[in-house]
Design a protein around this ligand. Structure first.
Ligand SMILES: *Cc1c(COP(=O)(O)O)cnc(C)c1O
Length: 404
């Protein structure tokens, strides 16, 4: 059975039905008048979790920052929690609270490390803060004291070379002193993050891991016994360059995108973006199209207008670059991508008609078999990375969840 419905207002089906299927409380036509939508295949998400499980004995903390890379964090989290994922990792405290509000009970790690003065929120939502300086430990500890709460488990982030966030190894003792002074904060985990995780030879990963090991030794010499250590993102996990730690933090691979070439062939894309042809026109040789007239017909041409634009997350860099799929054929993008629309050349697809499905991202079956436009394709055409393609799919594109 296929169920497709918008993200808002879904609820569990009654108890005699399979619990994992979500059903809309009401149809949300306002979200779905325009035929442009992102279909999120939750079966493929579960498949990808299984693929990653086979790749590592470590616990899996699914990375759900940025609204689960654009897929919709509540639905993704619920699906993965039912599939027994070990925990979740997000960037913001706000994102962690969103997961708790969605009923998520597994551990939620807040990786970004900015809490402002919202320590009470950290306690109330029972999330796991990542910390890297002594002031954070003090702030958290005082909130625990004031609330008369149980000690909070925190993960300390070590900067082993990314030079972005985390305590520098030479300043580790300051953190450890603070942890001694404030027993309200318990060191539960140690983490770091790789700068070049897609480095196949893994030499920079090994350098960072050596620093991480030395920092771990210092932590232990000071009487702390972190329960878990973690470092690997999707690339390090699939390349196997950082094996032996307790937890892995895959993001992009869960969504079916190989983080680097040559790995993750059995992952399945989770998001498909589709629209429809809403207008067609014939152009004579020499007629131009779109803002700036950046494309001019070199032959009698048929252009189709597709209601998706840069405000939906379609990169403007795709102007006159790449293609969509119509009737199982490739239809090149022509002219400038505008805010709400873009044109494609369907001259070579004579049967192309109004309301035909247009696949922007994903596969379509046709006379040539199954053709696909992958997240990697879009990223390469636009000169960016798949992470940016997925996280840019904007709020305006309704997410429809599909259970195969
Ligand atoms: C985003 C992120 C991840 C996940 O990275 P992917 O490449 O998407 O697997 C892991 N750890 C940290 C700290 C991150 O910021």
């Amino acid at each position: 059975m296929v169920a497709a419905f918008p993200v808002e207002d879904f609820q569990r089906m009654s108890t005699d039905s399979p619990p994992r299927i979500l059903r809309p409380k009401r149809a949300a036509p306002a979200d779905a008048v325009r035929p442009t939508r992102a279909e999120v295949n939750l079966g493929n998400l579960r498949h990808n979790l299984r693929v990653l499980r086979k790749s590592t004995p470590a616990g899996i903390y699914a990375v759900l920052k940025a609204d689960a890379y654009g897929h919709g964090a509540p639905a993704v989290a619920r699906t993965l929690e039912r599939a027994q994922v070990d925990g979740f990792a997000v960037a913001l405290l706000e994102e962690a609270i969103e997961l708790r509000n969605a009923g998520i009970t597994r551990p939620v790690l807040v990786m970004g490390g900015y809490y402002g003065k919202a320590w009470d929120e950290v306690l109330a939502s029972n999330v796991t803060p990542v910390i890297y300086d002594a002031a954070q430990i003090e702030g958290l500890a005082l909130a625990v004291r004031y609330a008369g709460a149980a000690p909070v488990l925190a993960h300390v982030k070590i900067d082993t070379g990314m030079s972005r966030l985390g305590v520098r190894p030479n300043e580790l003792t300051r953190i450890l002193d603070a942890l001694h002074r404030f027993p309200e904060v318990k060191l539960d985990g140690l983490m770091t993050h790789f700068a070049c995780a897609d480095d196949r030879a893994g030499s920079s990963v090994h350098d960072q891991l050596r620093i991480f090991d030395r920092a771990t030794a210092v932590v232990r010499e000071n009487g702390f016994t972190p329960r878990v250590r973690h470092a690997a993102n999707s690339a390090a996990l699939l390349l196997g360059t950082a094996d032996g730690l307790d937890i892995v933090r895959p993001g992009i691979a869960l969504y079916g995108v190989a983080p680097t070439s040559g790995v993750g062939e059995d992952l399945r894309a989770v998001m498909r973006v589709r629209s429809e042809i809403v207008a067609l026109r014939d152009l004579e040789i020499g007629e131009s199209a779109g803002y700036g007239w950046s494309w001019t017909a070199q032959r009698p041409s048929v252009l189709a207008t597709v209601p998706i634009g840069y405000a939906d997350g379609l990169p403007r860099a795709l102007s006159n670059k790449g293609h969509f799929l119509v009737r199982g054929h490739r239809a090149p993008i022509v002219g400038a991508v505008s805010m709400d629309m873009v044109m494609i050349d369907v001259t070579d697809i004579p049967a192309a008609a109004l309301r035909d499905e247009v696949v922007v991202l994903g596969s379509q079956d046709g006379p040539q078999g199954r053709l696909s436009v992958t997240t990697e394709d879009l990223a390469a055409w636009a000169g960016t990375i798949p992470w940016e393609i997925l996280t840019n799919v904007s709020r305006r594109v309704p997410r429809f969840y599909r259970e195969p």
